[in-house]
Design a protein around this ligand. Structure first.
Ligand SMILES: Cc1cc2nc3c(=O)[nH]c(=O)nc-3n(C[C@H](O)[C@H](O)[C@H](O)COP(=O)(O)OP(=O)(O)OC[C@H]3O[C@@H](n4cnc5c(N)ncnc54)[C@H](O)[C@@H]3O)c2cc1C
Ligand code: SF4
Ligand code: SF4
Length: 1012
């Protein structure tokens, strides 16, 4: 039995008192102190881990003022805070052992837009892509770009001075900040914007902390101007720290204090609002993908492309290309980067042109392509080909691939994982190729693997060498290489942190700024935060403070991971591999990635949160001396006896009485998961929550009793066939209000679906019935025209008319369909963690299906979750015993068949099931093709999760989230097209539409059948 886990849960008493006082003072945000909530923000995309004492999630600037003002009182004046946004830092910028102030959950308001004056005012937690989606209808965008644009916040971008693709033309975040509202640690609000220097001098006379800040910054930046100009690199990137150079304009007549805050990594105050410059979206866009025989050729050719007046030039090496080829993302880009016959593509430059004038862009492209053609013909510069696209969606897809590259680099086998520590060097672009060659030699000398890509136009290189930090020797290597990279970037006139900020690399600050300027930084820090209470240890400590900076040697995630046995790590690699890049925080409502994260905005309820909780659970269990793998085996082999039941009752009673156990926190996060499996394909390192979730559920319930609903769901494949023998009676009972109330109260189930009337047996003609002996005797010609329809419990017992329509459709297109007898699949058992029972069910089903495989007839299924379980969960559970039977989804097979021309057509819109389209990215295209084959049209509509996901939406505790998810991305297209015009592939999704609109949409096969 798993042990009770009680990690060091006790919080510092003053933090508890502070939190209480916060509520009394009117703080309206969330206050979280659970171990799970703190763990969820203990990591970012870096190698470090720091557990905070509490997480405060303010709702407004007022909340931040309340918390900072309260922190001034003598009882709380020792408490320190770190602001946090999306938590996508690569160097631990937002990590702290003190209190996290997370502005990303609630402060997502876009407050004001002024199109004439070209600005927008936003709260700090607004996500960059969210802002651009808002600006698009106005014809504008927020120009600084970054790979994490679907989850990084404006507050985080400002504080790391984020930039990325197109930075030569569009600049960095600091170039677009017009004004900031920053709450200082003493509770004062500092409003900054560009002003005449005399006005700044006037403000410097104020007696408050604001006057002190103006005085210090004016003094430091003016007195040391010559040293600043000499020291700051002439690069598209700046030193990050405090931008002493750009506070003033060239003739010192203008002063902008915002420039000190941009890039300050949360070390000066809490930015709560920003007024940002917005840029018109260029009317014309074009992307050339230039292909090379080597990465070096791509790098050396970049200056030529920049000289060809490109808006941006991005590069990726062959390793990144290969990783992309094996990811779901390749599906969207493969036609834009085709192989050149007879050559090997080892490098790619993505060259973008933007323009307001079509003729101007055409001229530039014609000039460049003429030169590229000549180079290809002459076989010079390693150029082997190029492709050009003007299609906006295609261009976005290529950049999505490029943006995913960092994450993809994390997706490697073995213990050595690509890690961020020297991943964003910047050197003058003309030095880039030589710098990279030397950088490669350095990494090769340590025998390391790595992939490279970057913004070659700005001289920025992204590289993540693969190290196993659980090996103490490799951890030392991280320090060695960091020091060597600092020296190497210095040699080429560049920076170690060209893009992602300093964080735990802050210790190298003095080496880059020099002691004299670094002291000025410390004086500025002292003016803002004299007692080192805001993100302490980052960038610098206040002048005359004895506090230490954070260091690259500080505690890493690997220190914790080392405590988990290697065999356990391997077995649970899906959770251990999460590198915290935050792709699963994707805000985009129409993307399938993590519905529970979207709807709760709670980091624990994301794949990252769940993976982190699982990792810690494994560590704590190991510390209790329990072998998790042996425990799992024991549960799989032995049926629980009476004594274990008695122990479970006792443990559950203790739980209901409030006894603490960290497993309950993990359980809560797992219960919020919809098991939609989007993470398994969308996460760049394929963190597959449902796979470790079901294992955890099984282990958890070896100690605690299961709720009744688990047994209902887990046994649905056994009970549904029995209930379907008297469907009218069962439905009559289910329809009673009293039954609904009882089910809700006792089982926690709502809107229980009704059984099909007439039943499948009543709907199916005799000729479709299964007769093995008859099938075995069919002639080869007849065998070739026979298809077997595999039943699933949902369509067969709750949507029998769909199964009947599928049989009819197959017959109509010239095949002889046979309805196989219902054999449980086991997926519902797997979802609820009944893994022993699942293994038995899967073995029985596999035996049956393997026998049928001998007939050599296609086997088709209608429900994606269950059909995909034959491929995934069956493989994992049965291994070689699974056999080689194949069950296809209807569309996978139908797309290869000739279809008669439709006689009636209508305009349909396809809303595909998220599990299906993430696991099988060609789903939507396949249905479109099937419709084209029939002479029909079908448009696809991007939607996220419908909120039903099997039985999730029927559980009373999930009802609000289920409805919210439907409203997020489904309601609008359902209302726009009308239920009769949408086609929906998922059983859950059709049920959800019916439940929340009153009308049931058709499956695409039904539209096809009625059109032929
Ligand atoms: C895969 C990957 C790719 C990346 N690519 C890029 C890239 O192309 N370009 C780029 O510039 N960066 C990139 N980054 C780094 C990172 O995404 C950026 O630094 C981003 O700006 C951080 O935003 P965030 O909201 O996640 O901030 P966080 O990581 O939460 O915080 C970053 C810093 O800002 C501070 N902060 C956050 N919000 C506030 C606030 N409201 N007030 C005061 N301080 C605050 C924090 O204290 C911390 O010091 C990448 C990261 C990853 C994981
Ligand atoms: S779960 Fe995947 S996408 Fe999310 S942070 Fe971890 S590695 Fe990134
Ligand atoms: S299965 Fe779905 S809900 Fe669960 S963690 Fe993965 S993406 Fe999120």
């Amino acid at each position: 039995m798993i042990p009770k886990l009680t990690p060091e849960l006790a919080l510092d008493a003053s933090i508890i008192a502070f939190n209480k006082a916060l509520v009394a003072a009117g703080f309206s945000g969330d206050i979280e102190t659970s171990y799970g909530s703190r763990l969820a923000v203990a990591t970012d995309n870096s190698v470090y881990q720091a557990l905070p004492q509490a997480v405060l999630l303010p709702k407004s600037t007022d909340d931040v003022v309340i918390l900072t003002s309260l922190a001034q009182t003598s009882s709380f004046s020792h408490i320190k805070f770190s602001p946090r946004g999306g938590g996508t830092g690569t160097n631990g910028q937002a990590l702290t052992e003190h209190v996290v102030v997370d502005l990303s959950r609630h402060m997502r308001g876009i407050l004001e837009i002024n199109v004439e004056q070209r600005w927008v005012r936003v709260q700090a937690g607004v996500i960059k892509d969210q802002l651009n989606a808002f600006l698009k209808p106005y014809g504008f965008f927020f120009a600084p770009d970054l790979s994490t644009s679907n989850r990084a916040t404006i507050g985080g971008m400002i504080n790391t001075d984020a930039s990325g693709q197109g930075s030569l033309v569009y600049g960095k975040t600091s170039d677009h900040v017009l004004a900031l509202k920053t709450v200082l640690i003493d509770g004062n609000i500092l409003k900054t914007h560009k002003m005449a220097t005399f006005e700044a001098e006037h403000r410097a006379e104020m007696p408050s902390s604001i006057g002190r800040i103006y005085r210090q910054v004016l003094d430091s930046c003016r007195t040391f101007r010559p040293q600043i100009i000499e020291k700051f690199p002439r690069l598209n990137r700046f030193l990050t720290g405090y931008d002493l150079e750009h506070v003033f304009n060239d003739d010192l007549t203008e002063f902008d204090l915002s420039r000190i805050i941009t890039g300050s990594e949360g070390s000066l105050g809490f930015v709560t609002e920003a007024k940002l410059n917005i840029t018109p979206i260029a009317k014309y866009k074009c992307l050339l993908n230039v292909k090379y025989d080597s990465f070096e050729s791509a790098l050396r050719n970049a200056p030529f492309l920049v000289a060809a007046e490109a808006t941006s030039v991005e590069t990726v090496d062959s390793k990144v290309l290969d990783l992309a080829r094996n990811d779901i993302i390749w599906h969207q880009v493969k036609e834009l980067i085709t192989d050149v016959p007879g050559t090997e593509m080892q490098g790619l430059n993505m060259v973008e042109y933007n323009s307001e004038e079509q003729s101007e862009m055409a001229r530039k492209i014609a000039a460049l392509t003429a030169k590229l053609d000549a180079a290809i013909a002459d076989k010079t510069d390693g150029i082997i080909g190029y492709q050009l696209t003007y299609d906006g969606a295609a261009i976005s897809n290529i950049y999505a691939m490029r943006k995913k590259a960092v994450g993809l680099l994390g997706n490697t086998q073995g213990a050595q994982k690509p890690i961020a520590f020297a991943e964003d060097t910047a050197v003058p672009p003309e030095n880039l190729a030589d710098f990279i060659m030397e950088f490669r030699a350095l990494l090769d000398s340590h025998g390391l693997h790595y992939g490279m890509f970057g913004h070659v136009d700005a001289g920025v290189l992204h590289v993540r060498p693969a190290l196993d930090l659980c090996d103490p020797e490799q951890e030392k290597l991280l320090r060695t290489i960091s020091d060597q990279v600092v020296a190497l970037t210095g040699k080429y006139g560049g920076l170690m942190w060209g893009e992602h900020g300093k964080g735990y690399r802050s210790e190298y600050g003095p080496a880059f700024f020099g002691d004299e300027l670094f002291n000025e930084l410390r004086k500025i820090k002292a003016a803002f935060d004299p007692r080192n209470r805001v993100n302490p240890g980052k960038i610098c400590t206040p002048y005359s403070s004895a506090d230490q900076l954070v260091s690259v040697d500080d505690q890493k995630r690997a220190w914790f991971d080392r405590q988990i046995p290697v065999a356990v790590k391997k077995s649970f690699d899906s959770s251990l591999n999460c590198n915290g890049n935050g792709q699963c925080f994707n805000y985009e409502e129409n993307s399938p990635m993590c519905p529970s994260s979207k709807v709760t905005r709670d980091r624990r309820h994301s794949p990252k949160g769940r993976a982190g909780l699982m990792r810690e659970w494994l560590r704590l269990t190991e510390l209790q001396g329990i072998d998790v793998l042996a425990e799992e085996q024991r549960i799989l082999v032995n049926k629980p006896g009476f004594s274990s039941l008695w122990q479970k009752i006792r443990n559950s009673l203790a739980k209901w009485q409030g006894a603490e156990d960290f497993s309950h926190e993990v359980m809560e996060a797992m219960e919020g998961c919809l098991a939609c499996k989007a993470c398994a394909s969308q996460c760049p390192v394929k963190v597959d929550v449902p796979s470790f979730r079901s294992r955890f559920l099984q282990l958890y319930h070896s100690r605690y009793l299961r709720p009744a609903k688990d047994y209902i769901v887990g046994n649905i494949e056994r009970t549904a066939p029995m209930l379907a023998k008297a469907p009218r009676l069962i439905n009559f009972v289910l329809k009673r209000k009293v039954t609904a109330a009882v089910l809700k109260k006792t089982v926690g189930y709502v809107d229980t679906p009704l059984l099909s009337v007439p039943t499948l047996a009543q709907l199916t003609a005799k000729q479709y019935q299964f007769d093995l002996a008859m099938l075995q005797q069919l002639s080869p010609a007849k065998q070739a025209r026979t298809v077997l329809l595999v039943q699933d419990p949902f369509t067969s017992f709750y949507e029998a008319e769909l199964v009947a329509d599928a049989l009819q459709l197959l017959a109509k297109i010239g095949f002889r369909p046979v309805l196989l007898p219902f054999v449980p699949n086991g997926k519902p058992q797997h979802v609820k963690g009944f893994l022993r029972q699942f293994a038995e069910t899967a073995a029985t089903a596999a035996r049956f299906l393997n026998q049928l495989q001998q007939l050599n007839m296609p086997m088709l299924g209608l429900d994606a979750s269950l059909v995909l379980a034959y491929r995934d969960e069956y493989n994992k559970t049965l291994g070689a015993k699974r056999g080689d039977f194949q069950v296809h989804l209807l569309h996978e097979w139908l797309v290869q068949q000739p279809i008669p021309r439709a006689v009636n057509t209508a305009d349909y819109a396809l809303l595909a099931h998220c599990t299906e389209k993430t696991a099988l990215p060609s789903t939507e295209k396949a249905w479109q093709q099937i419709f084209i084959n029939a002479g029909m049209t079908l448009q696809t509509v991007p939607v996220g999760c419908c909120g039903m996901a099997g039985t999730y939406g029927h559980e009373a505790q999930n009802l609000d989230n289920s409805k919210a998810l439907f409203n997020m991305s489904w309601r609008s297209p359902v209302e726009r097209f009308g239920v009769s015009n949408i086609l929906v592939t998922g059983f859950s999704c059709r049920s959800q539409v019916k439940r929340l609109t009153g009308d049931k949409p058709k499956h695409p096969l039904q539209a096809l059948l009625h059109s032929l």
